[in-house]
Ligand binder design. Structure first.
Ligand code: ADP
Ligand code: MG
Length: 728
């Protein structure tokens, strides 16, 4: 084994478990580092406290009160040993961004003080000229600014007070992920509240809820550092699969290794202090793969918490000498990682609108929201697919282990039956018998049928799981804001249309409310049937069937993103006031650029490793074999040595073949990159990277992995899969 690789492994093996401070009962420390209700009451005047509460309902904060809020926030932070503050935001690429400023200042007379006022809290101008803006914000013009989002509480991380903010250009366009999300949440609140009021006049607000499940890999940091591909791209570009993979399924729900457990412990304590309600942790299917899930929350907060969690995970991992891999497919041949987004709608009266209950009336409400979601996804399946497109998620979607690139919905046998029964509801007015039958035998029976509705289909990208929808195709690196913005926008639009149709039937056709609802729902079921699929989503038959049904199957990011700028998509976003055409087009461009950059980096790193590690190592080994053959010739003589050295001769030839292939393909790939880099149009450029450059990755990898199996283990410089996946 090369000394380089050996040292990395030795270092990993010698790690001692880091002792984690036991913090005892988590409920006692939950949210200690959050400027939550409890600390606000303690540190704010009643007027200032009320102003924050009002702001959460969209009421503007008075300038004077902002100063008081800032003062209280500062005092709270200082009491916890905090020295700096930052406006924390979610730019369009990367996960989060922050720029730290000290509270410390000197007055005009030189006296030192800790200062923080209302304007510093409410608005900041980060030096953010290098954040992507897709041409919206000319770098030479005015910069964008960050503005406080009072719906997500400030928190302390390390010695910094972090204030969640939106990031906007001076001309008003959103430059971040949070702004459109907040607008989408507002849109669905308005639309869903109107519909919920058909069933309960007391409903004043509907809040979408999100419970994400974060999957990730943990690799020893020394081993990760020995792999240039992991360090720069977050995944392995080369590496033969280990003899043992996940075929025994012995990792899934197996016992968690103690070093990992220590990490999780430490991580969870950090999360609890930050008010992230982490709940479950377990091993995932692949070796060294794990999952963490919190209790669900209001969507804006849940999105912030997921972004924060990813930051915290990386920082805590450093302490435990781990590197966290969030990439959707860090290792070939073993399962990738996703981030299931569990989604539902909750009313301010405490009702989950996607939860069936005992009375027919509230079940009609359940069916209304359930079927409207189906219709929304059916009508916008391609847009939903685009919301989860990324270079890294391309490795996962449709790769036989994760949901395919085709969007479909799984509802289970029982609910399928209910929809079948609703499909034949009479047109127009219903007879009293029909009404009774619907109420007692169809709608009334839902809670019972759901109780034993346990057949979960793991191959579905969007599944109903009893009282929520689970969007499973989201990638593990994703910011949940993107899929949540699209999902909430399309459902909002759908509910708005539904309300118009029902009102029309009531006012113009004289139908009773429930008759009108049944009539509209019946039509929706008929119109949305193609999106419902209960079978094996991984199968080839489904691909063919989906094509017949007219469902999209965009397997790569450039294809998947196109729909974002289609007129019908722009129309929805503008109608629901979530994004303007300019914002949508800017985002489209940024996402394509991001795609190009990722592939460009991967191509470069792959070329480097192939030329600097793989080929030289193979040549060295080949020379050893040549020496061996020469020796055999000396001993056995010209005639006999060919028999004795036959294996070696073949090996020498094979090594030459693979080296030649790698060398040629790397050169070809580099030339293709040069051509692509000169393409002006980013759409064309992304296509070139996808179709002309990316295919080389697999070919180069194939030959390198062959060499890995031939070359003396002692010489191979790159840490192997068995070491990356089975050390911890
Ligand atoms: P799995 O079997 O896929 O791990 P679970 O049923 O354990 O799924 O998923 C639980 C997840 O669903 C948790 O993250 C939880 O917070 C979330 N969840 C539960 N109820 C809701 C809800 N009403 N809205 C949003 N998310 C929810
Ligand atoms: Mg799940």
């Amino acid at each position: 084994m090369s000394t380089f690789r050996f040292r990395a492994i030795e270092k990993a093996a010698s790690r001692v478990a880091v002792k984690v401070e036991e913090l005892g009962r988590k409920s006692l420390i939950f949210g200690d580092n959050v400027f939550n209700d409890k600390s606000m009451r303690q540190f704010l005047t009643p007027e200032a406290y009320q102003a924050v509460k009002n702001a959460q309902f969209g009421i503007k904060i008075d300038r004077k009160l902002a100063d008081y809020i800032a003062l209280g926030m500062k005092e709270w932070a200082l009491s916890k040993g905090v020295t700096h503050y930052t406006h924390w935001f979610q730019p369009l690429t990367g996960i989060t961004a922050e720029k730290h400023d000290a509270f410390f200042e000197t007055q005009f007379d030189g006296d030192p003080v800790e200062k923080f006022n209302g304007s510093q809290l409410v608005q900041q101008e980060p030096d953010a000229s290098s954040f992507p803006n897709g041409g919206i914000r000319n770098t030479f013009e005015a910069r964008g600014y960050t503005a406080w989002d009072p719906t997500s509480p400030a928190f302390i991380f390390g010695s910094t007070l972090c204030i969640p903010t939106v990031f906007i250009s001076y001309t008003g366009e959103a430059l971040d992920n949070k702004t459109p999300l907040l607008k989408a949440l507002n849109a669905i609140d308005i639309a869903a509240t109107e519909v919920a009021r058909y069933f309960d006049k007391n409903v004043k607000k509907v809040t979408p809820t999100l419970g994400w499940e974060q999957e990730y890999f943990l690799v020893d940091s020394a081993l990760a550092a020995s792999r240039p591909d992991i360090l720069t791209t977050g995944r392995t570009l080369l590496g033969h699969t280990a003899a043992k993979g996940q075929q025994l399924d012995d990792h899934y729900f197996g016992s968690i290794p103690s070093r990992v457990l220590n990490y999780m412990h430490d991580l969870e304590n950090n999360c609890i202090l930050l008010g992230i309600p982490v709940k479950t942790r377990h091993n995932e299917v692949a070796p060294n793969q794990f999952e963490l899930a919190p209790i669900f929350e209001e969507t804006n907060l849940a999105v912030d918490h997921n972004s924060l969690l990813m930051d915290v995970m990386k920082k805590v991992a450093e302490k435990h000498h781990f590197k966290v891999l969030f990439h959707e497919k860090p290792f070939k041949g073993v399962n990738g990682s996703g981030k299931h987004n569990n989604w539902s709608l909750a009313t301010d009266t405490g009702v989950n609108l996607l939860s069936p209950s005992k009375t027919p009336k509230s079940n009609l409400q359940f069916l209304t929201f359930f079927i409207n979601t189906i219709k929304a996804v059916n009508d916008n399946e391609e847009l939903l697919r685009s919301s989860i497109a990324s270079a890294s998620n391309d490795h996962r979607l449709g790769a036989n282990e994760a949901p395919p690139a085709i969007m479909s919905m799984f509802i289970g046998q029982q609910l399928t039956k209910v929809l079948e029964e609703l499909k034949v509801v009479t047109d127009g007015k219903l007879s009293p018998e029909e009404k009774t039958d619907l109420k007692l035998n169809v709608v009334g029976k839902i809670p019972d049928v759901l109780l034993d509705n346990t057949d979960r289909n793991r191959t579905s990208p969007f599944a109903f799981t009893g009282n929520k929808w689970e969007f499973r195709a989201v990638g593990s690196t994703a910011n949940c804001a993107m899929p949540m913005t699209v999902l909430n926008t399309i459902v909002a639009k759908q509910l708005k249309d539904f309300k118009l149709e029902v009102d029309h039937l009531i006012e113009k056709e004289g139908l009773k409310k429930d008759e009108a609802i049944f009539n509209v729902l019946r039509e929706y079921i008929k119109q949305s049937e193609r999106i419902l699929f209960e079978g094996d989503g991984y199968s080839e038959e489904w691909e063919m069937e989906a094509e017949k049904r007219g469902l999209s199957n965009n397997k790569n990011t450039p294809d998947a993103l196109k729909i974002k700028i289609a007129p019908q998509s722009i129309a929805i976003f503008e109608e629901m006031e979530v994004m303007t055409k300019i914002e949508i087009e800017a985002r489209y461009e940024i996402e394509l650029e991001e795609y190009v950059k990722r592939l460009q980096i991967e191509g470069r790193v792959l070329g480097d490793i192939a030329r600097n590690h793989v080929i030289p190592t193979a040549v060295r080994y080949q020379n050893m074999v040549i020496e061996n053959v020469k020796g055999l010739k000396e001993i056995f003589g010209e005639k006999k040595f060919k028999d004795v050295a036959s294996e070696q001769l073949v090996l020498i030839e094979k090594i030459s073949h693979h080296i030649a292939q790698i060398s040629t393909k790397v050169t070809e790939m580099t030339n293709e990159r040069k051509t692509a880099n000169n393409i002006e149009d980013v759409e064309e450029q992304a296509k070139a990277y996808c179709n002309k450059i990316k295919p080389y990755f697999d070919i180069i990898r194939y030959h390198s992995d062959k060499l890995e199996m031939m070359v003396d283990n002692e010489l191979w410089t790159l840490t192997k899969y068995r070491e990356l996946l089975f050390t911890n």
